[in-house]
Structures are given as C-alpha cells and as structure tokens.
Design a protein around this ligand. Structure first.
Ligand code: PEP
Length: 245
C-alpha cells in the first residue's frame, strides 16, 4: 500500500476513436468518489486525433490530457505530417511523452529527443521523458551506462527540470508481460534519482491489475506509465485502486 502522491499515465498508443472516449465517463465518475483521488495525478495520452475531443470530454474533471510525441520545432515549419508543441497545447494537451522506446526504435536519437524536450517545455507543455535499456543491454549488464547516457544527452542544457518527469521503461518489459525484479527496479529508480536530483520517476512496462500488487510495494516509484492495460478503463481503474489498497 502507498500513501504517496502518484502519477497514473495512460499511453493509448495507436488506439481509440471518438466512440472510445465514452469509457472515460466511468473513470471520471470513479475519480469523483475515490477517497484517494487527491493523491493522484491522472494523465491520458491518446493519439493526436483524440487530443482535442478528449480535452473537452475531461474538462472539469481530474483527468489531464497529453500527447504521445511532438516535432522538435516550436512553431510553423514545412514538415508534412508533423505536429509541434504549440499545436498540441492549442488542442488541449498539457503533457507530452518524449523518448518513448517505440520512437527511439524508429530512429529518434538522444539529440533529437533533447531538442523536443526543450521545445516542449518552452511551449509550456510538461514532459514525460522515457528512458530504458533493451534486453541485449540488460544482458550485457550495461543498464546504468545506457540510462546515464540517455539522461545526460536527453536533458543536456536543460537547467529547469520542474516540468519534467522521467518514466523508466525497460524496453524488454514493454508489452511482454515481464516486469523487473523488485530489488532491481528499486535500485534502478534510485540510480536515476541520484543522477537527476528532485525529479519524479515513474515505472512503465506491462503494468497490469495483477502485478500492481507487487509494484506498489516499491517505495521510490512515483507512479506508473500504463500502455496496453490503460485501454481498458476497468483495468486502469483497478490499477489506481489497488495502488492505495
Ligand atoms: C508503454 O508503451 O509505455 C507501455 C508501458 O506499454 P505496456 O504497458 O503495454 O507494456
């Protein structure tokens, strides 16, 4: 059980249409009656197509909306298919996920992620900065070296970090159903917190209503980034409830 202020971030990835937004009414209702609601920060990150309608749907509720990525340019540019941070803000987003491993895998470098973080924070968006090692890197026992590099380059020349939270997401855990051993996770989160002082560190990777009972016992975690399980409002509510049980 925890008594802490915790983040619960739903990463919908490429999921959802306008009708999917109906499920949020249940989450809004739950948060109104949940006794630990004031200890939670709930952020939904739908695909860009749903940012604006979702923002309208959750208006006057505890839920805030975030985007899943953005372009590194703050304002207009000839970049077909891209969306800049100002446009996300204008659509109603308050947060943006940056450095997600699925985007790193498709070519995003630490340098690009750094430019995106700078641009997003300049626009007034808050950033959920994802870091994590691959299975090969874990097996080579270079997790800390990798995380250290991702943090150093990703946060280069960013002095004010108050609008940034880090999500530690081991790549081998995303969508696999496998989570790190509690002691390893505690140690890794500790390492990140020592490297970046006064920052919230969340865990992400296969969080579900079953393993939350184990994860919630890890004292230095400040919340969870939930992918697959967040697409089902019942599972997401269950994760939030069980964290405080
Ligand atoms: C994610 O993609 O950020 C994530 C944590 O996914 P999942 O929960 O499905 O592993």
């Amino acid at each position: 059980m925890t008594n802490k202020y915790m983040y619960f971030i739903a990463n919908w990835k490429m999921f959802g249409g306008l009708s999917t937004l109906n499920s949020l009414s249940k989450v809004i209702k739950f948060l109104k009656i949940f006794k630990n609601s004031n200890k939670t920060k709930i952020i939904y990150c739908p695909p860009s197509t749903l940012i604006n309608p979702m923002s309208k749907k959750v208006m006057n509720s505890k839920i805030q909306v975030g985007a899943q990525n953005c372009h590194e340019s703050l304002t207009y540019g000839a970049s077909t298919g891209s969306i800049n941070p100002m446009m996300l803000k204008n659509a109603g987003a308050k947060y943006v996920i940056l450095g997600h491993s699925e985007n790193r895998e498709s070519g995003e470098t630490d340098k690009l992620i750094n430019a995106k973080i700078k641009s997003a924070t300049k626009s007034g968006l808050k950033v959920i900065f994802c870091i994590g090692e691959t299975l090969v890197q874990k097996r080579k026992k270079i997790t800390k070296k990798i995380l250290s590099k991702q943090i150093t380059l990703g946060l280069q020349k960013i002095n004010k970090k108050k609008n940034i939270v880090i999500a530690y997401e081991p790549v081998w855990s995303i969508g696999t159903g496998i989570i790190p051993k509690p002691d390893d996770l505690f140690d890794t989160i500790n390492f990140i917190k020592k490297k970046v002082r006064n920052i919230k560190v969340l865990y992400g990777g296969s969080v579900n209503p079953k393993n939350i009972n184990e994860l919630k016992l890890i004292k230095n975690i400040d919340g969870f980034l939930v992918g697959g399980a967040s697409q089902d409002h019942k599972k997401f509510i269950d994760i939030i409830k069980k964290t405080y049980n």
